[in-house]
Ligand binder design. Structure first.
Ligand SMILES: Cc1cc2nc3c(=O)[nH]c(=O)nc-3n(C[C@H](O)[C@H](O)[C@H](O)COP(=O)(O)OP(=O)(O)OC[C@H]3O[C@@H](n4cnc5c(N)ncnc54)[C@H](O)[C@@H]3O)c2cc1C
Length: 627
């Protein structure tokens, strides 16, 4: 058997993940831990400076409420999220994040992030809630603050350690298991409380970019469903597992469109020149009341474009040149000022990509695209799981302690498993928190977790027999390879094992063809989903046969197992919800209408670690009174 050295780490609070919500959790928890003589430990599969969805940088902070300047109220934000998610959101969580997010943004600025300001010193807004930033080094700045806070409180950081399994005893979290992605070391983390912040998931569905483009996606390839896996396998109740996110972005390099739509007020059109948001306006009646209110939900905007594609009117284009020229037109009587403005807009257009999606700038350059002269193709991406953005999947967590919410069973952001907290993409039904809101939610969870430890934290009782068995299971793909690698002339093909890359292709084929991926034009049905469930049985069986040639592939094996569980929770929940609520994200062709009478509710699910059975359940939607 592969026999890695076992490293045991004991801590009070364990934060799994090192992204935006983890950094928020670490910064806040370290402060309270120091006061109470507690230890905080953070574990990231990558290097903190450039890990997670913000690794490449961002060009905007997407959640800033602006309470200080009276720009908006917290209630405005709650209404905005309710509207965008077609009525299904945890308003207590959204409210809680909204009331803390501005202070988080002010901290970012204090730590050195450059937020654009105008001549009067006011933040430059991209849209109502978004602030423009020079964000190439966004993650480094936020990570530095977390590192400093942990160092000051005597905490620890483990980088390049892949968290594989939760450790749970009697519905109480007691730690986590993982392995180093660089050395033959197996980690046993023992903790009194754990915050799960391992991001969302990509490559569960077959991406548009295959062959030479494989690996390119809108969502960064590093997050592979570990938050969902960790919380599901712990036995936590999950929510909104059907609410995937499909962004419409510049095609093939997935460049951002926010600046174009919001800052430059650009139009999106079909190849025939029709603006689908105007031409297909009547379709929005079918999705009332959400289709008729402003802003039109993201999924409905996608859907109108998809209808154009279905009707053979594609490709779709972003009218970049029209938008730029329209803005510069204000200076048309002054050639010098016109030229200056055009130069400025042109550089803002490129900067937007260079800040966060460099590959889009490369694609534009390679295809001779000058945004001021020529429009650019846009398309709906493959589906992703990102509950912090415009998706909603994640764990079902307890609401804020001081709010009169019906969803409360303990400490803020604690899942239904005792001592296990979740934030960012890890917690569900609280969309539109983005980078700043995820950090704020991490802070909320960090403070609550320390309070839990102070009031209730018991020394973790670890079952060593269980740990040994799990260690053997986690390292088994290396043994599988060693046992059978000589029984083939082609290492990629063997009747006794499957390599992670092939396994990922099988998962993606199931999801794409049966669960409403790109090649199925995002459509699915009861029969298709049931067939997916049949195929999942074989996929799960074969996951026991995963083989890894080295440490790198061992990580890939477990990433794909995590993706598989995320995929299964998704399929089960789409099957459970017998309506279509988010066309443009997915369309259940057999139940093509929204059914407010029966499905204005959360669709939750839970996997029972004792029996291995799934349970599906409805939960009521509660609106904040008067909002
Ligand atoms: C393409 C894109 C563009 C975006 N644009 C904007 C924008 O313009 N403005 C904005 O405000 N927000 C934007 N967002 C949203 C923002 O990035 C997310 O909301 C935020 O990063 C979520 O924080 P998180 O902590 O949940 O996840 P992440 O920040 O993604 O962090 C996840 C962490 O978990 C770690 N991890 C994963 N698996 C494991 C494992 N098994 N073991 C250990 N560690 C693990 C990762 O290495 C990473 O450190 C964008 C997101 C994407 C994907």
């Amino acid at each position: 058997m592969a026999n890695f050295e076992t490293v045991e780490v004991s801590t009070d609070l364990l934060i799994v993940g090192g992204g935006f919500s983890a950094c928020g959790a670490a910064t806040e928890a370290a402060y309270w831990a120091k006061k109470n003589g507690l230890k905080v430990t953070m574990v990231d599969k990558a290097a903190l400076d450039r890990s997670g969805a913000v690794a490449m940088g961002l060009s905007a902070i997407n959640q800033y409420v602006g309470v200080r300047d009276g720009e908006n109220t917290l209630e405005d934000y709650v209404r905005y999220v309710r509207q965008d998610l077609m009525g299904i959101s945890r308003e207590d969580l959204v409210y809680n994040i909204a009331r803390h997010v501005d202070s988080t943004v002010h901290l970012f600025e204090k730590w050195g992030l450059k937020i654009w300001t105008d001549e009067e010193g006011k933040y430059v807004h991209e849209g109502r809630w978004q602030l423009m930033i020079n964000g190439e080094s966004y993650k480094i700045i936020i990570a530095e603050a977390a590192k400093n806070a942990l160092a000051d409180a005597g905490g620890e950081i483990y980088e390049r350690v892949y968290i594989t399994e939760p450790l749970v005893e009697n519905n109480k979290i007691v730690g986590a298991l993982g392995f180093s992605t660089r050395e033959e070391k197996f980690y046993v983390f023992k903790a009194k409380a754990v915050i799960c912040t391992m991001g969302g998931a990509v490559h569960v569905f077959r991406p548009r970019s295959v062959g030479e483009g494989l690996g390119r996606s809108w969502y960064p390839p590093f997050n592979s469903g570990s938050s969902a896996y960790f919380t599901i396998k712990s036995g936590a109740e999950m929510t909104c597992q059907e609410v995937r996110f499909i962004p419409v972005r510049f095609k093939d390099a997935y460049g951002p469109v926010g600046a174009w739509f919001l800052l430059f007020k650009s139009r999106a059109i079909s190849a025939q020149g029709g603006e689908y948001m105007a031409v297909r306006k009547d379709e929005l009646q079918n999705w009332a009341p959400y289709g008729l209110a402003k802003p039109i939900p993201a999924n409905l905007r996608n859907y109108l474009g998809m209808l154009d594609m279905d009707a053979g009117l594609g490709p779709l284009y972003m009218e970049t040149s029209e938008a730029i020229n329209k803005i510069a037109d204000q200076f048309k009587d002054d050639p010098k000022a016109f030229k200056k403005k055009m130069k400025e807009l042109e550089s803002e257009a490129w900067e937007d990509f260079l800040d966060m999606t460099i590959s889009q700038a490369i694609l534009w350059a390679s295809q001779n695209v000058k945004p001021e002269e020529k429009h650019s193709e846009i398309a709906a991406c493959e589906p992703y799981f990102i509950g912090s953005h415009s998706g909603a999947s994640g764990a079902w967590v307890s609401g804020p302690e001081d709010l009169d919410t019906p969803y409360k069973w303990g400490y803020a952001n604690m899942t239904t498993v005792e001592g296990l907290f979740a934030a960012g993409d890890g917690s569900g039904a609280s969309s539109h928190k983005f980078s700043s809101g995820s950090h704020a939610e991490g802070r909320i969870a960090g403070k609550a977790a320390i309070k839990y430890i102070v009031e209730k934290g018991a020394a973790p009782a670890i079952d060593t027999g269980k740990v040994d068995a799990l260690k053997a299971k986690i390292l088994a793909p290396l043994d599988m390879w060693n046992a059978h690698c000589k029984e083939t002339t082609d290492p990629e093909i063997n009747t006794n094992y499957i390599l992670p890359r092939q396994f990922m292709f099988r998962l993606q084929k199931i999801m794409d063809e049966y669960a409403g991926g790109v090649t199925s034009a995002f459509k699915t049905s009861k029969s298709l989903l049931e067939r997916a469930m049949e195929l999942f049985v074989f996929l799960k069986e074969d996951s026991e046969k995963l083989a890894a040639r080295d440490l790198y592939e061992l990580e890939r094996c477990w990433e794909n197992v995590h993706r598989m569980w995320q995929g299964e929770a998704h399929v089960r929940t789409m099957l459970f919800r017998t309506e279509t609520r988010w066309p443009g994200y997915y369309f259940r062709a057999d139940t093509p209408k929204m059914d407010e009478a029966n499905w204005h509710c959360f669709a939750n699910c839970k996997w029972d670690p004792a029996t291995g059975e799934w349970e599906m359940m409805k939960r009521d939607v509660w609106n904040i009174p008067g909002v």
